[in-house]
Design a protein around this ligand. Structure first.
Ligand SMILES: C[S@@+](CC[C@H](N)C(=O)[O-])C[C@H]1O[C@@H](n2cnc3c(N)ncnc32)[C@H](O)[C@@H]1O
Length: 205
């Protein structure tokens, strides 16, 4: 596991908040991956994957079991330690995703249940290898009034417009609402799958 010094965060909660959340064993964080995430990724050919804001690593672990070579980043050392206890196959990184930068390109960048903002998404899209996919899953603005769980602050909910802008420069493959059954009702989520273009074929002289 590597660590970074951190840096400025545009998150609603800081690392200490998430450390305390993951240390609360009375209310353990779900260990199973989100069906919205698995449904979006399952058809993609495995390669190098980056799970941004991995938390306790439920998606990183599922990706590893599905044949991906995974790097997983989160600023909660407690969350990352829980993931690491379940698998040493993942490259676990404790860092602030707004200041961390990868050393290699990825075939998949997963952004699940964290709000990076338009510029943050555009930045992560630039980390894709040619033909790679950016997959973003999160609660929709609509969830605030009609759905269960998820952030209660509109600034941390997704809109189709923001996701489309975040995918600028990529080909949008899917951008849709997903209704996910959740304890107590329905969670309204948005799913973005966007693909980086292949490199331009070399023109023969
Ligand atoms: C709602 S949880 C989602 C965790 C995981 N993606 C999942 O679906 O289980 C949000 C996560 O984002 C992480 N996070 C928020 N802002 C971050 C930042 N600036 N850098 C790194 N991690 C961040 C938190 O530590 C937390 O683990």
């Amino acid at each position: 596991m590597s660590a970074s010094a951190g840096g400025p965060s545009r998150s609603r909660h800081d690392a200490a908040h998430w450390d305390a959340r993951y240390a609360d064993l009375v209310r353990p964080w779900p260990a199973e991956p989100s069906s919205t995430v698995t449904g979006a990724v399952v058809g993609l050919p495995p390669g190098r994957a980056l799970d941004l804001a991995t938390g306790t690593g439920r998606h990183a672990l599922w990706l590893t079991a599905s044949g991906w070579q995974v790097t997983a980043v989160d600023f909660s050392a407690v969350g990352v330690a829980q993931g690491q206890a379940r698998s040493r196959e993942v490259d676990w990184v404790v860092a602030d995703i707004h200041t961390w930068a990868p050393e290699a390109a990825y075939d998949l960048v997963l952004v699940a249940y964290v709000q990076l903002g338009v510029e943050g998404l555009q930045r992560t899209g630039r980390w894709l290898a040619p033909g790679g996919h950016l997959v973003v899953v999160g609660h929709a603005l609509r969830n605030l009034t009609e759905g269960v769980h998820g952030p209660r602050d509109p600034a941390f909910l997704h809109t189709e417009q923001d996701l489309r802008r975040g995918a600028e420069g990529l080909e949008v493959v899917r951008l849709e609402e997903v209704r996910r059954p959740d304890p107590g009702g329905t969670a309204y989520e948005l799913l973005l799958v966007a693909r980086a273009g292949d490199p331009r074929p070399k023109v023969a002289p």
